[in-house]
Each structure stands twice: as structure tokens, then as C-alpha cells.
Design a protein around this ligand. Structure first.
Ligand SMILES: *Cc1c(COP(=O)(O)O)cnc(C)c1O
Length: 395
């Protein structure tokens, strides 16, 4: 290991630090937010309704319900699926904590099934092994934007009569055999958090084929009030509302949707830009002591949300954490997606989970780093990332 990863002259000085996951905000969303403010319609209203319609159309499904986060989307989907306390939901250990937290907030029991070494996605064989008489649902995550093996997962779900809830936080543009991510299972959940492929600041969306389920999610997202409660302050006169079950305050605001309705039409163009950056990274890093993302599976489209390197700690001059420090010292923001869920003390204490019980996710989580991949990166930004990676790894 080297004595220090601090460069004498950083590739980018502090004033030009390249922020990881920086969103791209253009003039139309700024004008649309101002329009919401001028009209004084801040909360859930016509702009949320438009984002729901536009997103459903983009995905080719009949129903989309906007909520304030993907975490909320996952929790409400699990509730709408009718799971009871103690029911088990099988998910991946290589995900953001929100996936597991949503299961817990819905009162269900998370059960982890290890990932495939190459795709980093939940392994269908591991799902089979994790099934018990209490299993009610599978919650796959399309990791980094790479489609899960949906044929195998849907086959298990049909045979075992399990609900499928897709975590599509990375997978807005992802397709599998021509079909869009989030349209396979009973529910597809999306994130519009600031670092995701499109943003509303904070925000999320639930897709479902089922009208009754969509209405239920809408109701659960707004206090459990009977439908269209948001219309009650309109100019059509006062309308009484009824609370028909215990709901939450998870609705999206028009101020958020104002951003989203202008981001959505750009996601395909932004995907093309990220594909260019991805190809440049693949070419630039082929000779380094790090493993590049596996080629995309035939018949699928990768959403290209995260470009990950697996640091080869045997051959590299730095450890994974040394790489993170070296990049930061060179003015490049980096991420880790993710330390496996059982690495966190909360889950260890509550469930007795040990990282080594899911060895593939543990090993990946301890070696992985994510590089900047926003569509807004300039060619020069990308050159700086490449120069920094080479400066830290190619010694
Ligand atoms: C970001 C993310 C979430 C949570 O999304 P929010 O909108 O921030 O709640 C859930 N799952 C995965 C895989 C994520 O990356």
C-alpha cells in the first residue's frame, strides 16, 4: 500500500470539485416551478396528474401514482399487496438501505438472497433457496440499471404464488426482452431523488396494471382519505372527505412534479449521453487493476445509472477506500453502491445478520466504487475523471 493518495497537483482543484450524481436542471423546469409558485398551487394538483399520465405513457402501463419517494412507493406497494406482519419479502443484500427499510416499515420481514457475481443482481437460485412457507413477495432491484433475470423471477413467482415488487430506482430506461422495467411485477417503484436518472428533488412513482391497486396507493399516500381529496379546495365548492383507512403523508407536490414533467422527455437523450461516457470509461480503464461492468445481457437495455469499478486489491496500488480518498483528493466525487445491507449495525443487531452469510454481496460491496456518470458531464469532465482514475490506479 502507498504511503499517501494525496496528489501534489490535483486533477481538479477544490473550486472545481466534480460532484457525484449532479442533476441536470434546465430552464423549462425552472420556469415551471416559478409558474407553480406564482399560481400558489404548491401541493398535489394538475402537475402531479400530468407527471403521472406522462410517466404511465412512457412506460406503457395504465396506472402511475406519484409519491414523495421510492421508499414510500415500496412501502405502499407492500401494503397494497396485502402483506401481513411476519410475511416474508425476499430481496437483495446489495441495495440501498431504503429497500429493506420499506419492507420493515410495511410491517413485513426482509429475507436476503445473495446476488450473482457477474450481474450484481439477485440470483434466482438464491431466491428459491430463501423461500419458506411464510414467503409472500419477491422484491428485486435492477442494480445500476441492469435488468434482473425477470423470466426466472416471474417463473418462481408464478409457481409459488408470490407478489413481485420491482425496485426500479436505477431503472427508468431499463428493458428486458423488449419489456420495460417496472411492468413485470404487480408493482414497479421508481425514484426521482436528486442523483437518479431523472429528478424531482425528492420523488417517486408506483406503476401498476390494476386500477383498484392504483386507487388504493393514492389513498394510502394521502392520509387514507377517500379518492380525489386533493380536489377539496378547488373552485367547485367545499367537498367533505372521508378517512377510510390509516394512511400516510406520502403525496408528491406540484412543485416537485413541475421539475419532473420537463425531465422525463429528456431521459432517452440523457441515456445516449451516458452511453457515450460509459464507452469512454470502458476504453480508458481496460488495462487497469480493476474489473469493469460486465457487458450488457443480450436482449436487454441497461439503464446506465451507475458505472462501477471493482478494485483488484491484490494488484492495485491502493485499497478500495484508498481509491475513494485518492479520487476525492483529485477533486472527483465518487460513490459506493453499496456496502451490503448486513454490514450495517442496525440490521446486525435486529436480525443477527452477518455480512459473510451473503458472501458475494459482501465481497462486491467491499471492492466497488461508482464514478460520475451524469448526462450533464462535459467531455472535459469525463477526461478529468479518466485522468484521476489512472493517476490513482495506474502506478
Ligand atoms: C435511491 C434508492 C431508493 C430510494 O429512493 P428514494 O426516492 O430516495 O426513497 C431505493 N432503492 C434503491 C436501489 C435506490 O438506489
Amino acid at each position: 500500500m502507498p504511503e499517501s493518495t494525496t496528489p501534489r497537483t490535483p486533477i481538479r482543484p477544490k473550486e472545481r470539485f466534480l460532484i457525484f450524481g449532479r442533476p441536470t436542471i434546465e430552464e423549462p423546469e425552472i420556469a415551471e416551478v416559478v409558474d407553480s409558485l406564482r399560481k400558489c398551487w404548491l401541493g398535489t394538483g394538475p402537475k402531479v396528474a400530468r407527471l403521472e399520465r406522462d410517466f404511465a405513457a412512457y412506460k406503457g402501463v395504465p396506472h402511475a401514482v406519484a409519491v414523495h419517494s421510492c421508499t414510500a412507493a415500496l412501502q405502499l406497494s407492500i401494503l397494497a399487496a396485502g402483506l401481513h406482519p411476519g410475511d416474508e419479502v425476499i430481496t437483495t443484500p446489495l441495495t440501498f438501505c431504503a429497500t429493506v427499510n420499506a419492507i420493515l416499515h410495511a410491517g413485513a420481514q426482509p429475507v436476503l438472497a445473495d446476488v450473482d457475481r457477474r450481474t450484481m443482481n439477485i440470483s434466482p437460485e438464491a431466491i428459491e433457496r430463501a423461500i419458506t412457507p411464510r414467503t409472500r413477495a419477491i422484491l428485486p432491484v435492477h442494480f445500476a440499471g441492469r435488468a434482473c433475470d425477470m423470466d426466472a423471477i416471474m417463473d418462481i413467482a408464478r409457481r409459488r404464488k408470490l407478489v413481485v415488487i420491482e425496485d426500479c430506482a436505477h431503472a427508468i430506461e431499463t428493458t428486458y426482452k423488449g419489456r420495460k422495467a417496472g411492468t413485470f411485477g404487480d408493482f414497479g417503484c421508481f425514484s426521482f431523488y436528486a442523483t437518479k436518472n431523472m429528478t424531482t428533488g425528492e420523488g417517486g412513482m408506483v406503476l401498476t396494471q390494476n386500477e383498484a391497486q392504483a386507487a388504493r396507493i393514492k389513498m394510502l399516500a394521502l392520509h387514507g382519505m377517500s379518492k380525489d381529496a386533493w380536489k377539496r379546495f378547488s373552485d367547485e365548492g367545499y367537498k367533505h372527505y372521508s378517512v377510510v383507512e390509516l394512511g400516510y403523508k406520502y403525496n408528491m407536490m406540484d412543485i416537485q412534479a413541475a421539475v419532473g414533467i420537463h425531465q422525463l422527455p429528456r431521459v432517452e437523450r440523457w441515456l445516449e449521453r451516458r452511453a457515450e461516457i460509459w464507452a469512454r470509461y470502458d476504453r480508458a480503464f481496460a488495462d487497469l487493476p480493476a474489473e469493469l461492468p460486465a457487458p450488457t445481457e443480450a436482449n436487454t437495455r441497461h439503464g446506465l445509472h451507475l458505472y462501477t469499478l471493482l478494485i483488484d486489491e491484490e494488484r492495485a496500488p491502493v485499497s478500495r477506500d484508498g481509491f475513494l480518498d485518492g479520487m476525492t483528493a483529485n477533486g472527483i466525487g465518487v460513490g459506493v453502491h453499496y456496502m451490503s445491507v448486513p454490514e450495517h449495525p442496525y440490521y446486525q443487531q435486529r436480525f443477527g445478520w452477518k455480512p459473510g452469510d451473503w458472501p458475494v454481496a459482501m465481497a462486491l460491496g467491499r471492492r466497488t466504487v461508482s464514478l460520475p456518470l451524469s448526462a450533464g458531464l462535459s467531455d472535459e469532465d469525463v477526461s478529468d475523471v479518466i485522468a484521476a482514475v489512472r493517476a490513482v490506479l495506474a502506478r
